[in-house]
Design a protein around this ligand. Structure first.
Ligand code: PML
Length: 240
């Protein structure tokens, strides 16, 4: 079977307003393009890129999801730090970078476009502190079925996309953990992905905070070039 990557990004007045990506079969390209085009509420520019994937790989199963409801984002972050400590990430190191993410992690103290990469010993190693690294080219083989199951459990489409992304991340042996909060001011549920589990922590950030992003915690001897190639170029479908 042939698979295609379909990517959409829309902007208004030169500001990014919406984006999305799918991996789909040849027969479903039109349907997927139409669906993606319903995402931006308003735009003056939209770019749709469709590319054939020559070497698709499969991941058998997505991370398990566990939801942790807490009183407030401070309690949520305490739990996040404990989960990270359990896989050997130093509490002070994790806290310093998490605080940075909540207050703007690029050199202008705005959001980065992609993720920070932090080694276990605390070095910040992404190649560009504005761009960060972006995990792309991942989707569920049966996206609509997985989406239905997640929505029935009162999760959101954001969970679906984030679960795919973090499943690809943790499939790489050098990524020990991921921490994520949305950059949407009203979306306060975040997650920590560790030990094959996507811990959905609600809330993980303060309501109305426009800052957000992702941190990938990696082994000290990670080959950064190879990691970028894996995250940005290799294509994966998650079977279930
Ligand atoms: C969830 O609801 O499971 C958390 C999703 C966080 C998504 C962050 C983002 O990509 O905006």
């Amino acid at each position: 079977m042939k698979f295609y990557s379909v990517k959409m990004r829309a902007s208004l007045n030169d500001r990014h307003v919406s984006g999305g990506e799918r991996i789909t079969t040849e027969e479903s390209i039109q349907k997927v393009v139409s669906e993606l085009l319903t995402r931006p509420k308003e735009f003056d520019f939209v770019n749709i890129k469709i590319e054939k994937i020559n070497n698709i790989k499969f991941i058998e199963k997505s991370l398990d999801i566990k939801t942790i409801n807490v009183k407030n984002h401070k309690e949520g972050n305490e739990i996040a730090l404990k989960l990270l400590e359990e896989v050997g990430i130093d509490r002070e190191i994790a806290k310093a970078y998490i605080d940075l993410l909540h207050t703007g992690a690029n050199p202008d103290r705005e959001n980065m476009r992609g993720a920070m990469i932090i080694t276990r010993s605390g070095k910040r190693v992404e190649k560009d502190r504005y761009r960060g690294v972006r995990t792309t080219n991942v989707d569920f083989l049966h996206r609509e079925e997985v989406k239905k199951i997640l929505l029935e459990k009162k999760y959101t489409e954001r969970t679906l996309d984030a679960l795919a992304l973090s499943t690809k991340n943790l499939n790489h042996l050098d990524i020990i953990a991921e921490y994520c909060i949305s950059d949407q001011p009203d979306y306060t549920t975040g997650y920590v992905a560790v030990n094959n589990t996507y811990y959905r922590i609600n809330p993980l950030k303060e309501y109305s905070n426009p800052k957000g992003g992702r941190i990938y915690f990696v082994k000290d001897d990670t080959d950064i070039e190879e990691l970028y190639k894996y995250l940005q170029e290799e294509s994966f479908l998650i079977k279930e």
